[in-house]
Design a protein around this ligand. Structure first.
Ligand SMILES: Cc1cc2nc3c(=O)[nH]c(=O)nc-3n(C[C@H](O)[C@H](O)[C@H](O)COP(=O)(O)OP(=O)(O)OC[C@H]3O[C@@H](n4cnc5c(N)ncnc54)[C@H](O)[C@@H]3O)c2cc1C
Length: 357
């Protein structure tokens, strides 16, 4: 159901639109909403989470019974080095929506029961309006504010500020009419693609493993998804997420999915049962065009913010090539918005809860 924002507002609460409900958008929304802003999140996908994603589907076993299965086909896990993100992780561990993924080595974590749970938890208890399932196709300046356009038309109502929390290539066309320099800079950010294989097999012989990072061949990482904390298991079967390397993905970017699937299944079979066969119960591939930034930014701020126009940009690409970078960029974005005169008057203490360190 759409909740209209009045065109002639009667109160001073800042109304902020965030386009993109991945971790950067969710972190930004959390800080802004807990500081008293009226936040509306838009995302083109069916749900929130962005590249922190879990695909749920079913496969049919030998007896014709449908078996549910889930694949964390974006980020397989994440680390927390900053105090701000560690605070979120500690909260998640205490509440049960984050688990320590000890088998991955080091301090790796996963969200439970699926990766989007992290974004859901960040905004869950707050009054954030979330609208999914349709891309934002345009931003329009009106009377010192903004209107949002989607395929279905103009969103009813006006926003004081707009934040784009998108991969740079997807932010660029929305920025072009309003901030040419930012649009060009965003369009030039190199992003790595990633072909990802999701498969169910019979449990292979030999010792079980949780994570392999091959140094040769098409695959860069192989994860036993059903051995991660809080994931579904099916006795006698193994659930795999296998990610191709950036180099292999780039050189096969436009290949037909059937050919990609065969190449990645051959590589997975060679890794999990060398010299032997594997029985495939289910397999599919997904192509991430914008998986991760190719280079860690040098000296750029954690977000872009034009206070005069009330326009901002955040996302992992402004901080690093990992989930925590997206969180920190979203946090920086919220603090920049809250420091603007239009928002400062209603800012509360919530903004400091995950102050970036
Ligand atoms: C295959 C893969 C493996 C990874 N592995 C790891 C890992 O092991 N560890 C790690 O820390 N990180 C990993 N990452 C990176 C991590 O997932 C990202 O850094 C992080 O999730 C990015 O968050 P974000 O909010 O910046 O962007 P996103 O998550 O991409 O969020 C952007 C959102 O914007 C939406 N959107 C786009 N265009 C529009 C539009 N026009 N209108 C409305 N909505 C729109 C998208 O649907 C999306 O939900 C991996 C990523 C991938 C893809």
């Amino acid at each position: 159901m759409q909740t209209a924002t009045p065109l002639h507002p009667t109160r001073a609460t800042p109304r902020i639109a965030i386009v993109g409900a991945g971790l950067a958008g969710a972190a930004c929304a959390r800080t802004l909403a807990s500081s008293g802003a009226q936040v509306t999140l838009f995302d083109k996908s069916r749900g929130i989470g962005g590249r922190l994603s879990t695909r749920r589907t079913v496969w049919t076993d030998a007896l014709g019974v449908e078996q549910p299965v889930q694949f964390d086909h974006g980020a397989v896990g994440f680390e927390a080095h900053s105090l701000a993100f560690q605070a979120v992780v500690q909260q998640g561990l205490a509440d049960g929506w984050i688990a320590h993924w000890a088998a991955a080595g080091g301090d790796h974590f996963v969200a439970v029961p699926g990766m989007p749970a992290l974004c859901h938890a960040l905004i869950g208890s707050l009054d954030v309006h979330v609208h999914t399932g349709e891309p934002v196709t345009g931003l329009h300046r009106i009377r010192g504010g903004w209107q949002i356009e989607r395929n279905s038309g103009l969103w009813p109502g006006r926003f004081d500020q707009v934040v784009l929390a998108l991969p740079p290539a997807q932010a660029a066309p929305l920025l072009r009419p309003h901030a040419t320099g930012w649009s060009e800079a965003a369009a030039q950010v190199p992003m790595q693609a990633c072909w990802t294989l999701m498969a169910v097999t019979d449990t292979p012989p030999g010792p079980a493993f949780d994570l392999l990072q091959p140094t040769r061949g098409p695959l860069a990482s192989i994860v036993r998804n059903d051995r991660k904390p809080g994931r579904q298991t099916t006795p006698g079967h193994a659930v795999w997420v296998a990610q191709a390397s950036a180099a292999w993905s780039a050189s096969h970017l436009e290949d037909h999915p059937a050919g990609v699937s065969k190449a990645l299944r051959d590589a997975l079979r060679a890794a999990i049962n060398p010299g032997g066969e594997v029985r495939w119960c289910h397999s599919t591939v997904h192509r991430w065009l914008y998986a991760r930034p190719a280079r860690v930014p040098l000296g750029t701020p954690g977000c872009w913010w034009d206070a005069a126009r009330g326009l901002g940009v955040c996302g992992d690409f402004l901080v690093g090539a990992h989930a925590e970078a997206a969180f920190l960029s979203g946090l920086d974005m919220a603090h920049a918005v809250l420091s603007a005169p239009a928002t400062r008057r209603t800012a509360g203490s919530g903004a400091a809860r995950f102050a970036r360190t």
